[in-house]
Design a protein around this ligand. Sequence first.
Ligand code: SAH
Length: 354
Amino acid sequence: MKKILQDLSFGELETLVLSYGEKKFRAKQLFEGLMQGKRLSEIPVSSALRRALLEEYEDEPVKIKETFVSKEDGTKKFLFELADGNLIEGVFMRYKYGNTQCVSTQVGCRMGCKFCASTLGGLVRNLTAGEILGQILAVNRSEGGTLKDRAVTNAVLMGSGEPFDNYENVVKFLKNVSAEGGICMSPRNISLSTCGIVPAMKRFADEGLPVNLTISLHASSDGERARVMPVAKAYSIAEIMDACAYYFQKTGRRYIFEYTLIAGENCDREHAEALAMLVKGQPCHVNLIRLNEVKERSLAAADEKAAYRFLGVLEKSGVSATLRRSLGSDIGGACGQLRASYLENKQEDNKDEN
Ligand code: SAH
């Protein structure tokens, strides 16, 4: 695979341009063009420079292959193709305060959470910083956004993959996406969700990036958590809480716990009370979401009544919490489903041809 131009920071691009004997200002032109989601052929640089770059570098790391639009709420799901043919997906949601894009950090995932579709085929590979950024650049452009007037204003690292299992590339992405002269998205408008890889949480706290940290909890005891999240065998809830406290101490930022409500697993009154006990008094918020059912898994969503009861218990205990509504449910359920069903259809097509 060729190297990826969008992996480069502005400074790295400058060094590269100078190494080709070109003037420094070409780097600015190039950077601005790339951050607008343009290909080299659309950026006014000399044909010699374009040719030299294309010999070594890929200029379109993420292509929109298909778009699915929800009739219910306008949410869009994108199927992206990477330069090596791998597929990832992303979701674009419109809210009153801005437009949020859900971004993938890996092709597949190796965390093995029992409720998640992204992990069904295991980890295929990490995405590079430019492939993570490329998802945002492609959607910003296709939605009519520019660098000044962005269509994508917020991002959540909640697509396929575990961001902290691809730490270096994710941090580089965060630096490049917020860099001046580029798409310049504030880290404050970005949320990173982790299944709770404790050493990486601590390292991230030291990174000095004001990103919103979200931790997927889904249970209040290690035993229950390990039933749905294998990573719970590596890091205990106590260690996660420690890392959260460290994060707050270093950054002064509140953090968020994600809690997916799964019927018969984690959504009884006792579970809500245990969660309230666990997080009460912490500088945190709890995001509840009813499970998006994944057809390969036997787990079912908690019903709405149970979800509101759960929320009520948290609120009564003084825990800040919301029950998130699910967007785009008519265009293919849970995270990871789009890629999985696309690959499945492809296999069916191939069968027909044989
Ligand atoms: N690896 C990261 C990002 C995963 S996706 C993490 O574990 O946090 C973002 C959120 O969606 C996580 O909280 C994840 O647990 C949740 N999620 C995954 N599959 C889901 C499903 N089928 N229904 C509801 N939430 C789900």
